[in-house]
Write a protein that binds this ligand. Structure first.
Ligand code: NAD
Ligand code: UGA
Length: 464
């Protein structure tokens, strides 16, 4: 095969990698890429100096099981955290972009579209500072067809050739390291041109790992760029839709005497459906589900697909409704008055094993309870600092590390996050310290309701 000039250039590029954006995605992903590719230098850069300093310290900026061990193994061996964005763009030929793409809160598309200002600033920096041809890999979750805009900005000066790929990330928080080390699949979308195919192969090799010891090649799926961009939004929308579907069934279970965990177990035994993402609860949180479904809604509307937009909107509506339902039930079960009652909220993180509180259902519920003048005491093993920041400005909320301390004289415990430590607590001791009647609302169905009832608690569950 005769290679084009551009293809030859890609083959002779250096192997070093920079990721722009040292967040939940950039940090863990690059740590594992460095671990599995020891002869490549991997740089993670950010405009946030504090974050970079934290990555270089013993106190990493995010909590993920197993992350500290991987970072300690590779940091300053072949993984480097730095604020020298310009220098790294110059010296690395493979550039991952993992900056934040939150929901836009102003102007056109407010409340639905992605805010692409951080992403565009990055593209302009790459275009300004690059001194040779580069492969630019979208790691952030982006609206479908963003690569076309990226391509237009990057290639504005026609100085160097930039090949834009889409490599969305599917890791979940709390299991990030495990998901990265043994992913179900890796997705790489690229232009169907000789240089596009060569760039895709370069990134496939990174994920295969040195000596093909990382992701089995049959699990590295390649598509065109638009399919890759859209797949990420669709995958999150499908997962979010399953959570909303089971939560919609949960309400019906409460009304009819059915048990949502039993219903989910039997539905999930059907191989065509599968058992995962069928756990009823307080609704989904996290930085991405809501933002990505809203983005999908916006895209559908932009392309005139109004019925499809309405369909996906319902996933979000159902999720908000679930959190409102929690407060309504609590209200009803506390004699229709919550004012001045003390409620201990167990868990503020959007799921267990993370300190992340972005879009956490606990945040929305805390605000609703605050409107009812509840004396709210929040406890969480990892997310208390973020909780304080999220709820800054609200009065009447206490933040207490010890769950026993948080519960003293409380009227109710409202369990919002399924931390493993909560079922292990001494519930007799908690009961003894509470005002009676003592209520537990387990929105994750993770406690032993029968045992709690035997202790004297009134117990509420989701979908039971
Ligand atoms: P994050 O906010 O934790 O991190 C983004 C980082 O980018 C920040 O540290 C910010 O300072 C930095 N940044 C912004 N503009 C910059 C610039 N011009 N130059 C250098 N750095 C800049 O966000 P995140 O959770 O890591 O998410 C990043 C992207 O990955 C989003 O698009 C998100 O949808 C996607 N994603 C996230 C997850 C997850 O689990 N959090 C999973 C899959 C995909
Ligand atoms: C999710 C996806 O699972 C990842 O594949 C994706 O990469 C990521 O979003 C992203 O794009 O950011 P994450 O939000 O970290 O990952 O965590 P999940 O495990 O998906 O949980 C999301 C929310 O749904 C949590 O609040 C969780 O408690 C809730 N959930 C999940 C349920 O209520 N029931 C379930 O059965 C599963």
């Amino acid at each position: 095969m005769k290679f084009s000039r551009k293809y030859d250039k890609i083959r002779t590029m250096n192997k070093d990698i920079v990721c722009i954006g040292a967040g939940y995605i950039g940090g863990p992903t690059m740590a594992v890429i460095a671990q599995k590719n020891p002869s490549r230098k991997v740089y993670v850069v950010d405009i946030n100096e504090k974050r970079i300093a934290a990555w270089n310290s013993d106190n990493l900026p995010i909590y993920e099981p197993g992350l500290k061990e991987v970072v300690e193994e590779v940091r300053n061996r072949n993984l480097f955290f730095t604020t020298d964005i310009e220098g790294c763009i110059k010296k690395c030929d493979i550039i991952f972009v993992g900056v934040n793409t939150p929901t836009k809160m102003f102007g056109r598309g407010a409340g639905r579209a992605s805010d692409l200002q951080y992403w565009e600033a990055t593209a302009r920096n790459i275009s300004k500072w690059a001194e040779g041809d580069k492969i630019v890999v979208e790691k952030s979750t982006l609206p479908v067809r963003t690569a076309a805009a990226m391509d237009a900005i990057l290639n504005i000066h026609e100085k160097h050739r930039f090949t834009v790929l889409s490599n969305p990330e599917f890791l979940a928080e709390g299991t990030a390291i495990k998901d990265l080390q043994t992913p179900d699949r890796v997705l790489i979308g690229g232009p169907q041109t000789p240089e596009g195919e060569a760039a895709v192969k370069t990134v496939v090799d990174i994920y295969a790992g040195e000596g093909d010891k990382w992701v089995p090649r049959e699990k590295i799926l390649t598509t065109n760029v638009w399919s890759a961009e859209l797949t990420k939004l669709a995958a999150n929308a499908f997962l979010a839709q399953r959570v909303s579907s089971i939560n919609a069934i949960a309400g019906l279970c409460e009304a009819t005497g059915a048990d949502v965990d039993e219903v989910a177990r039997v539905i999930g035994a059907d191989k065509r459906i599968g058992p995962k993402f069928l756990k009823a609860g307080p609704g989904f949180g996290g930085s991405c589900f809501k933002k990505d479904v809203l983005n999908l809604v916006y895209l559908c509307e932009t392309f005139g697909l109004h019925t499809a937009a309405e369909y996906w909107s319902q996933v979000i509506k159902m999720n908000d409704h679930q959190q409102e339902r929690i407060v309504s039930r609590l209200f009803k079960e506390t004699f229709n008055t919550l004012a001045n009652k003390k409620i201990a909220m167990f868990g503020f993180a959007f799921k267990a094993d993370t300190g992340d509180t972005r879009e956490t259902p606990a945040g929305y519920v805390a605000r609703l309870l605050n409107e009812e003048h509840v004396n709210l005491v929040i406890t969480d093993p990892k997310a208390l600092e973020n909780a304080k920041k999220d709820l800054a400005g609200l009065t009447g909320i206490e933040y207490v590390e010890c769950p026993y301390e948080a519960t003293k004289e409380a009227d109710a415990i409202l369990l919002m996050t399924d931390w493993k430590e909560y079922p292990q607590l001494d519930w007799a001791k908690l009961y003894a310290s509470m005002r009676k009647p003592a209520l537990v609302f387990d929105t994750r169905n993770c406690l032993d309701a029968k045992a709690l009832k035997a202790l004297g608690f009134k117990v509420l569950n989701i979908g039971k």
